[in-house]
Design a protein around this ligand. Sequence first.
Ligand code: SF4
Length: 64
Amino acid sequence: MSAIEADKTVCEGIGMCEAQADTYFQIGDDGLVEVLSDEVPDPDRAYVKAAVDSCPVSALRLKE
Ligand code: SF4
């Protein structure tokens, strides 16, 4: 199991994360990322990691 951390002070609302993994990320009413589920089961890890890595401003982290 891994955990997602999102830094809203860095997020610019570009939406790459939502485009890649919309079951875990969405852009909220404030125009910034919302994490829909902080805990990532191992079978989803690679899918979520790709979304985390796609963030152009490095606002997302995936912790073991
Ligand atoms: S990809 Fe990064 S900057 Fe864009 S919405 Fe997601 S967290 Fe924010």
